[in-house]
Design a protein around this ligand. Structure first.
Ligand SMILES: [Zn+2]
Length: 227
């Protein structure tokens, strides 16, 4: 009996250690393996005016939930937009305070930067998990350590549709559709520059993917569907 109870305890301990490890390996999640026709729309570098609001309008019109990887500085400047994102039921993610390249920074500096963004979002009332997306998708051993210590998951992407370059909405749309598959994390931008083409491309993507039977989920929902 005692042996069984010891085995059970060790089993539980291993389970918890593994869970903690899975949550904070520091390794980026780029795609979620699933057979379900699900896809996650994500928007980086906001919130920003007027594009975040325009994108929220498109999402609302089609009843689609998305994930916004925001900059702490922008969140501070536009708390009303963060509140609107939350009120509409979208996920928020952390994209550093000011989009600075994290690669050459110390673990402590990175941890402070990432924690500052979380604090702003928490103070605005966000209660769900806040995943992290590295600016430019660039990771480093120090960043990995910082994320492990913060017990924070990193969510990147398998490709970028290049919507920050001066391409048309049709080209942004085509770039995404070329790579489309279940579990894809689509990365677009609602801040940092003029984003009219991104707003248009977002609507085109939603229209066509919904016709193809795709369901849009937030990043946290997508992570739960991992096979
Ligand atoms: Zn970015």
């Amino acid at each position: 009996m005692k042996l069984i109870s010891t085995i059970a305890k060790v089993g539980i301990l291993i389970f918890f250690v593994q869970s903690a490890f899975a949550a904070a390996t520091g390794e980026p999640i780029r795609h979620v393996k699933t057979d379900e026709k699900v896809v996650a729309l994500t928007f980086d570098d906001g919130p920003d005016k007027p594009y975040t609001e325009q994108i929220l309008g498109v999402l609302d019109k089609h009843n689609v939930k998305a994930t916004f990887f925001v900059l702490g500085g922008n969140a501070k400047a536009y708390p009303d937009l963060i509140k609107k994102i939350m009120k509409d039921g979208h996920d928020l993610g952390n994209h550093t305070m000011s989009h600075s390249m994290m690669k050459n920074k110390s673990v402590e500096t990175m941890k402070n930067d990432i924690a500052s963004v979380d604090k702003i979002l928490r103070n605005l009332g966000y209660e769900k998990e806040i995943t992290f997306r590295a600016p430019f998708g660039i990771t480093s051993p120090n960043l990995k350590t910082a994320l492990q210590q913060l017990d924070k998951r990193m969510v990147l992407f398998t490709f970028l549709p290049q919507d920050w370059t001066k391409i048309s909405s049709q080209q942004i749309y085509n770039n995404v559709m070329k790579q489309m598959k279940p579990g894809l994390i689509i990365t677009l931008h609602d801040g940092g520059a003029r984003r009219e083409n991104t707003v248009k491309a977002t609507e085109m993507l939603i229209d066509n993917l919904q016709k193809q039977g795709y369901r849009f989920v937030t990043v946290s929902e997508l992570l739960k569907l991992q096979k």
